[in-house]
Design a protein around this ligand. Structure first.
Ligand code: PLP
Length: 389
């Protein structure tokens, strides 16, 4: 790993993560629980390290997307409650119970299969009921004429043996969008969710302990949706359009190094496909960051990386393992200089919008050969590299 370290690496600022957590905690207030979403290896930041910190800081719950992600956290010493948002096959229920992992239940069939498996295992599976209020992905569909059937099916699921229905949740489709139509849609989803909860609780004769729906957009702009627990992901990592307005800090800074500098005459074509041709004497740097590290090839000729002297435009096609940056106007930049790809000074949001995508995609694309360096109090406290040695 030492050998790959000075190539391209991701610095994970755990102080920024703590700052973001405390800031969001203050925002939601003392009566709302906090679930940190750490799926997809904590959005590329490293889920074990991120979860350890959230556990230490007193977060109430974590969420992951699969049983493998949950198991990785249990093996990493994370003991706090943990919810799997996605699908788990019923034959894994014994393991869920043994590892004390909570499972989302998204349909009547899944509820019956989990119940049978839990009874067979001789234990109780903690579940959160997932309600589809308009995301049209997973969950009990409850809009319009389907409402009464959904309420009945959710009640049936909650009464099955071997299941402990601790929570109920839904997911917003456009809580991060500002236009009036999106606003109406989110309000509609929330109202439907509340009506569904009320009907189910009335029929069951008991309340759910944890009702939750606030993702990043809702934590930022929909305080009335906090209910018992909020469920942000991206905000924790300090990225996206709302992070800045809430005073959050980016946790990941992705860095690389100038590995070569060369001079070219005018009229020289650069890289595959000859998509950039120099128009003047040009000083070009090579950095070892390419699409196999998580760069997006569609950013060729369409973004800039931050050198110690300022922004250097990326020139020509981005390659698998490297790309070229124009240093003609940055004569002070030398071989060995650090370059920030995105992070504390060069926002991932800018790179994402240049690529026509969202920061989520750039963060989770940072590949396994990029080492993660964990920093706390300005000191390195850990390193991880996901390559198999
Ligand atoms: C990913 C996810 C979240 C977190 O979304 P952000 O936009 O990152 O806050 C919350 N809930 C569910 C169900 C998710 O899948």
């Amino acid at each position: 790993m030492e050998s790959t370290l000075r190539r391209t690496w991701a610095e994970i600022d755990l102080d920024a993560l703590a700052h973001n957590y405390h800031t969001l905690r203050r925002r939601v207030g003392p009566n709302v629980k906090f679930l940190g979403v750490v799926k997809a290896d904590a959005y590329g930041h490293g889920s074990v390290q991120a979860s350890r910190l959230l556990q230490e800081l007193g977060a109430d719950y974590l969420a992951v997307s699969s049983i493998d992600e949950a198991e990785e956290l249990r093996r990493g010493g994370i003991t706090m409650p943990m919810l799997i948002l996605g699908y788990t096959p019923a034959d894994q229920v014994g393991k869920l119970i043994d590892l004390q992992i909570t499972q989302a239940v998204t349909s009547a069939e899944a509820a019956r299969a989990y119940s049978a498996a839990a009874v067979c295992h001789g234990g109780t599976l903690k579940i959160h009921i997932k309600v589809d209020t308009g995301m049209s992905r997973l969950g009990f569909q409850c809009a319009g004429a389907l409402f009464d059937g959904a309420v009945a099916a959710i009640c049936d699921a909650c009464r099955l043996p071997g299941l402990d229905s601790e929570g109920i949740f839904t997911h917003f489709a456009v809580s991060d969008e500002e236009d009036e139509e999106s606003h109406r849609y989110t309000q509609g989803q929330f109202d439907l969710f509340c009506r569904c909860i009320a009907a189910v609780e009335e029929k069951l004769g008991r309340p759910f302990a944890l009702r939750h729906c606030s993702n990043t957009g809702a934590v930022a702009h929909w305080p009335e949706t906090y209910l018992d627990m909020v469920r942000p992901g991206l905000l924790l990592y300090g990225c996206g359009e709302f992070a800045e307005e809430l005073g959050l800090r980016p946790v990941m800074t992705l860095k690389t190094t100038v590995s070569a500098v060369k001079d070219y005459a005018p009229d020289t074509s650069i890289s595959y496909g000859r998509r950039f041709v120099t128009s003047r004497p040009t000083r070009m740097g090579v950095v070892p960051y390419g699409y196999a590290d998580g760069f997006f090839r569609c950013l060729s000729n369409n973004c800039a990386l931050l050198t110690p002297q300022g922004l250097a435009p990326v020139r020509g096609r981005i390659c698998m393992d490297m790309c070229m940056i124009d240093l003609t106007d940055l004569p002070g930049v030398q071989v060995g200089d650090e370059v920030e790809i995105f992070g504390a000074h060069n926002s991932v949001n800018d790179l994402a919008s240049a690529a026509g995508t969202i920061s989520y995609e750039l963060l989770t694309a940072v590949s396994k050969r990029v080492p993660r360096i964990y920093l706390r109090g300005g000191k390195e406290i850990g390193r991880e590299l996901l390559l198999r040695f």
